[in-house]
Design a protein around this ligand. Structure first.
Ligand code: TXA
Ligand code: MG
Length: 322
């Protein structure tokens, strides 16, 4: 079982040896390895049981480090980076192929990059001479971890150390973007809202993948984030009328449903704060999933701000398992 702790020097030493360490970020916990070391990256795929066509995000300490492994940062990308990094935003940039191994990008000429906003992980990156490749620290296809305990439960026996940075602040993964000319194309909804992107960059285009065999971003596989318990997003009242409410779990925005035992319900934000709801979403999905209920129902959240990313995750959780 991996040790959990706050020892940055220990974490840095392990990473330098090519070992894996779970790291906190502001979005979700990542399963990190040396991005420039092919064997380390391979062991990330093994630990997650993740198909290798699925590329991994590279986490860097600052723009200077990024300039060491990308061929070019367009003026528009630079503007976005200057505005939102460190933060829950991932940008696709052309990689220098001699530096970033093929396995990191699944052969693509573009590497996904972000500067995470977590003091502990930034300190860790400052102790290292290489950037960190890190997908979310969950088995492939399951809900992303937002606490060190989530990581330990599922990957504890496969990694060397879990760096404990507390529960994550944002709770959904980063927003992934690329550019067409100077227009921002959103490949995955996430911690930076569409409204925020548009405030800085003008109209953006949301490009949802429909092809599960060749996902642009793994969050785009339809059945991603799926709990084990059958899951359905929609009109909860209507759904409840068709089943025995005693056997159901519910994820709602602001209030309880009187038909269902309160212990089987997670109200994500009684005050109606979508940031709070996003922060609590994945832990709520896990807790209900562990209760061995017949069905979990989730409301449709308001389609604004982080509500879009919340609905995206709930919709994917509702897809039948592949
Ligand atoms: O918030 C986050 O983004 C977290 C934390 C740990 O940083 N990471 C995360 O990684 O969610 P992951 O691997 O679970 O999802 C990122 C997705 C990948 O599955 C992949 O499909 C997409 O980003 N991606 C990575 N590199 C890419 C590339 N070169 N081109 C296109 N998509 C890429
Ligand atoms: Mg993931």
């Amino acid at each position: 079982m991996a040790l959990t702790g706050k020892d940055l020097d220990h974490a840095a030493a392990l990473l330098k040896e090519g070992k894996l360490v779970a790291i906190p970020t502001e979005t979700v916990y990542g399963l990190a390895g040396n991005a420039l070391n092919e064997d380390a990256v391979l062991s990330i795929f093994e630990a997650k049981e993740r198909p290798q066509f699925n590329p991994i995000i590279v986490h860097a300490r600052d723009l200077e480090q990024i300039q060491g492994f990308v061929a070019d940062i367009s003026a528009a990308a630079k503007r976005l980076a200057d505005t939102l990094w460190p933060g829950p935003l991932t940008i696709l940039l052309p990689r220098i192929t001699d530096i970033i191994p093929d396995i990191v990008t699944a052969g693509s000429p573009m590497v996904a990059v972000r500067i995470p906003q977590h003091p502990m992980t930034l300190d860790l990156l400052n102790k290292l001479e290489f950037p960190l490749a890190a997908p979310s620290a969950n088995p492939f296809g399951y809900i992303s971890p937002t606490t060190p305990q989530h990581v330990a439960q599922q990957l504890g026996d496969k990694i060397s150390y879990i760096l404990d940075g507390g529960p994550t602040k944002i709770g959904v993964e980063s927003t992934i973007v690329t550019f067409e000319e100077d227009q921002v194309i959103v490949l995955r909804l996430g911690g930076v809202s569409i409204e925020t992107l548009e405030m800085f960059m003008g109209k953006v285009k949301i490009q949802a993948s429909t092809n599960d065999d060749q996902p642009l971003a793994s969050g785009m596989l339809r059945s991603h984030y799926a709990p084990v318990t059958p899951f359905r997003q929609g009109d909860v009242k209507l759904n409840l009328s068709e089943v025995d409410p005693e056997q159901c779990g519910i994820i709602s925005y602001k209030s309880f449903y009187p038909e269902v035992p309160e212990s089987q319900q997670r109200v994500l934000s009684p005050q109606g704060d979508l940031h709070e709801a996003a922060r609590r979403l994945f832990a709520a999905m896990r807790e209900l999933d562990h209760m061995r209920l017949k069905l979990i129902f989730a409301e449709i959240f308001p389609e604004v701000g982080l509500g879009k990313a919340i609905n995206d995750r709930l919709r994917r959780a509702s897809q039948p398992h592949s």
